[in-house]
Design a protein around this ligand. Structure first.
Ligand code: MG
Length: 364
């Protein structure tokens, strides 16, 4: 085949009409108020709703959905997340999203902090890429959807009678996560235990400020059928947590002490595992990297979430076959999820077979 013949055969491919990626991309952002089924109380705050940032990215006729749930502790809110996303609009509207990793690196270079904004963009790009390549994201990562873990359902702090009602409502979930860390810990656990014998996991959210108190609390929790405890002491108290770890059998999981990939190496010796959240690290690509680092260092992997709709939770769920533990109940704690597609049955995460995240807006 000479050059002219080759050009006649293959050159014609270039003139087949197709939708270009790059010029003409659109990016829409909106803040959505997610209503909580119950007032949500932790050591940090108490609230009736959460505002999250929703992103729709369209290129070549394909739309990817993303969500960022800003974390108050890191001085982020939905408005600051929206401003951060808008600050890179030029990047998104001109780039080729098939190069999502390159694009993500550019976004990380341009935006300081604002990890919920980064997560919203990363999730939208990954959803777009999955749809473009025609694969669900767990398949893109080479994972088996049968390997998803059971997610815990979280019981927030409340008065004993409300706690008992919440535990009864969570009947379908085989493992519960209980929030502690205030001076009502014993009351909380006693209220849960008066209703169920299920295994429990406990999150102290940095609540215990003294290492002797932490050891005493953990020993008591051990006698109450608790499997592990998340962030027993303040994030910066790594030496104290290492001291505690030498004195208790229960695994200790870092949450507030572990935000980004660079945080992981220094946790070895203090914690047995890490709770990775897309909203702390800035999305699926960064979370995947954290999972690999944790594994290389012999740490257990937990995947967690914030109060989020099915978009944010689905993004974490797509990676969940890689996790030992999941706490992916954010979408189950709200009453007005704008998206559908992700299901949980008796606690087991059921990943959709549709390309990308596998979720769609309810009104569509
Ligand atoms: Mg936690």
């Amino acid at each position: 085949m000479n050059r002219r013949e080759w050009w006649k055969t293959f050159g014609s491919v270039a003139v087949v009409p197709h939708l270009a990626h790059g010029a003409g991309n659109t990016l829409e952002t909106s803040i959505v108020r997610l209503k909580l089924r119950h007032t949500w109380t932790t050591t940090m705050s108490s609230s009736e709703y959460r505002d999250t940032l929703h992103v729709r990215f369209t290129s070549g006729g394909i739309t990817g959905y993303g969500e960022g749930a800003p974390i108050v502790r890191y001085k982020e809110d939905a408005a600051s997340a929206q401003r951060a996303v808008e600050s890179v609009r030029d990047l998104l509207t001109t780039a080729d999203p098939r190069e999502f990793a390159k694009l993500n690196a550019g976004i990380f270079r341009r935006i300081e902090g604002e990890y919920a904004a980064k997560a919203a963009l990363d999730i939208a790009l990954m959803d777009w890429a999955g749809k473009k390549f025609g694969v669900p994201l767990h398949r893109y990562y080479g994972l088996d959807k049968n390997d998803t873990p059971v997610t815990t359902f979280t019981i927030g702090m409340d008065k004993p009678d409300v706690v008992r009602a919440k535990v009864r409502e969570a009947e379908a979930f085989p493992v519960l996560k209980v929030k502690v860390g205030l001076d009502t810990d014993e009351e909380m656990i006693a209220a849960v235990r008066s209703v169920t014998r299920k295994p429990l996991r406990v999150d102290a959210n940095e609540g215990w400020k003294n290492k002797e108190v932490a050891v005493r609390k953990i020993e008591w929790l051990q006698s109450q059928g608790v499997e592990f405890v998340e962030q027993p002491m303040p994030a910066q108290m790594l030496d104290e947590v290492a001291w505690v770890k030498q004195r208790v059998r229960m695994p200790l999981i870092a949450d507030e002490a572990c935000l980004h990939p660079r945080d992981i190496p220094k946790l070895v010796g203090a914690f047995d595992g890490i709770n990775i959240k897309l909203m702390k690290c800035g999305g699926m690509q960064e979370a995947f990297r954290m999972i690999q680092i944790a594994r290389a260092l012999g740490l257990k992997v937990m995947l967690g979430c914030m109060i989020e709709s099915s978009v944010g939770v689905a993004a974490a769920a797509q990676l969940s076959p890689l996790a030992d533990y999941a706490d992916l109940d954010g979408n189950l704690l709200i009453s007005n999820d704008p998206y559908t597609g992700l299901r949980v049955e008796r606690g087991k995460i059921l990943l959709p077979d549709a390309p990308g995240l596998g979720v769609a807006p309810k009104h569509a």
